[in-house]
Design a protein around this ligand. Structure first.
Ligand code: ADP
Ligand code: MG
Length: 351
């Protein structure tokens, strides 16, 4: 069902509710769960109250229709969910716990009340699963597409915060989960969208690609890894989330710390479906991991002495280590001693 174009649906135009009714309609069923939320939606500003020894962590991400998502194949509920995940991922990358979000959007009258309800249904599931409160936002109109901006707020003790600049010589480089799947999921969706445009009667069977499409449409932020690191009593020396591709994130950790990194091709965690589908598309699966992006895994460095604590953990893979100050970043190729310099080909919004 396409919420935007289906003429048979009895959709409610936005004008019918007006801005204030729309906001309360979309947000009235959200519950407040965190004691730090003193005042949520309904006043001129939200009021938060963190305990004395906690720092506040805050981050925003904006998603623009046609740039970051295509509503031809992105369901609105998934879009709402993903928009929250993208933001929570940044909070976890600081080794902090997300507690609140603010949601702002601009929409054209091409959208119905029901379409926005779908987006908020996704946002609500995200709030429930991640135990965060929706505490405000802004609502306005746009002349063309949909723009969705989310701000996430979180908390951390000073000693727990991890920055991008903390890596030191000989630290190990660790990544959670596996890489490259979200990128291939997008390739599959774009291919099917193209086929559909050419012949709308072709019904694609995408069940084979379920894992990849799920990773693209419904990513999860690093809540379990955040908890796992706490349980293992491992504090990363530096951390970043993998939003733009492994290469680009390593280069960030390197630039901020002033150290070089070396990673090993055969260590990069790839799901079997990534290997299989990359082959189908005629691309190297390692390239999908290096330059694909949107994996929302956590990439971090740890001290050598912490290695026994993470060793053998199925969620964590050591993919390389920190070399020397001012050194270049290298990928060591499988099967020979060849070192290839890492270059950032990740997503750049101005290209
Ligand atoms: P103001 O005119 O002072 O900006 P608004 O009428 O925009 O106030 O907002 C009223 C309340 O509703 C505020 O608490 C605001 O944070 C909240 N709010 C507005 N838009 C949204 C939205 N899209 N999602 C969640 N809360 C919203
Ligand atoms: Mg406002």
């Amino acid at each position: 069902m396409n919420m935007l174009e289906d003429k048979n649906l009895n959709l409610t135009p936005l004008e019918k509710l007006g801005e204030f009714k729309l906001i309360s309609h979309l947000t009235e069923t959200f519950e407040i769960k965190n004691p730090s939320t003193q005042k949520g939606i309904g006043d001129d500003a939200a009021v938060l109250n963190f305990s004395g020894d906690e720092k506040t962590v805050i981050s925003s991400d904006m998603l623009v229709e046609g740039v970051h998502f295509n509503l031809a194949y992105v369901p609105l509920k998934h879009l709402g969910y993903k928009a929250v995940m993208v933001n929570l991922s940044d909070i976890y990358a600081m080794n902090a716990q997300p507690t609140q979000i603010m949601v702002s959007f601009a929409v054209s009258n091409r959208f119905s009340v029901e379409a926005l309800e779908e987006i908020y249904a996704g946002i609500k599931i995200a709030c429930k699963n991640y135990e965060i409160d929706l505490v405000g936002g802004d609502t306005t109109s746009s002349t063309s597409g949909l723009i969705l901006n989310i701000t996430a707020i979180g908390k951390a003790k000073e000693e727990d915060l991890t920055y991008r600049d903390g890596a030191h010589e000989n630290d190990l480089l660790v990544v959670s989960g596996d890489l490259g799947a979200a990128y291939l999921g997008l390739q599959v969706l774009e291919r099917e969208n193209h086929v559909f445009k050419v012949n709308p009667n072709v019904q694609p069977d995408l069940s084979e690609y379920e894992y990849l499409i799920g990773r693209q449409l419904k990513p999860e932020a690093g809540k379990h890894i955040y908890q796992l690191l706490k349980d293992l009593n491992v504090k990363p020396t530096s951390m970043i989330d993998v939003s733009d591709g492994l290469s680009s994130e390593i280069i960030h950790l390197s630039k901020h710390s002033g150290y070089g990194f070396k990673i090993y091709e055969e260590k990069i965690p790839l799901d079997p479906m990534v290997i299989k589908t990359a082959e189908e598309f005629g691309i190297n699966p390692v390239t999908c991991a290096l330059n694909g992006g949107e994996d929302y895994e956590l990439l971090f460095t740890i001290k050598q002495e912490d290695y026994p604590r993470i060793k053998g953990n199925p969620h964590l893979t050591v993919i390389g280590h920190v070399t020397e100050q001012n050194a270049e970043n290298y990928l060591m190729l499988k099967g020979n001693d060849q070192a290839v310099p890492l270059v950032a080909q990740g997503w750049n919004s101005f290209e």
